[in-house]
Ligand binder design. Sequence first.
Ligand SMILES: [Zn+2]
Length: 220
Amino acid sequence: MPIEVRRHPRAKRFVLRVSGGVIQLTIPTRARIGEAASWARSQAAFVEKRLAGEPEARPFVMGETVPVLGEELEIVQGLKVHGEREAGRWAIAPAAPDALAKRMEQGLRKVALLEGERALKSFWQKLGVPDGDVSVRAYKRRWGACGSDGSTALNWRLVFAPRFVFDYVAAHEAAHRLEMNHSRRFWSIVEELDPKYPKAERWLKDHGASLYAYGASLDA
Ligand SMILES: [Zn+2]
């Protein structure tokens, strides 16, 4: 299979990307092509997994991109320790790779929390229920949870999903304030809050696993 090679001035190492059946190899400007080619050959197992549809690790690295609620943001050098959204970019103070990834996760968790509060409060208002506490969590197997006291937690990784998916999960958890089950009545409340919810459900089934690829180490 042919590989597209791209030299990038900010690349610090070799990076393989497989998307739409195309294999892309990004290499530092001065890297030797022979070295890059033999490295690429050693990544055959990785390429096969990607071609088979398994999500690719997308580390938080300067120059890479990260999707934030449907907008693909380039990670660039900025001033804020945890980063901030700025004109189509995620601007963050430089740090060693591990520290950068951790700080960026904190910054993105904050975005998830603020967006979660916004969405939940508007749905709660529509349903006429009092506000509850909102938090974000690192769930492994669920997108959200609603407690009997009205407190609601969202999986912070939803920040990587399109906004309509994020909002659907908030609508789903808000509907649990009235129905603590998945009955027909529950789904009719969800539909009232978010008429297009089946599209978001489908998106989560098809692409939900990919939300776990962001920030993960390339070496993992
Ligand atoms: Zn539910």
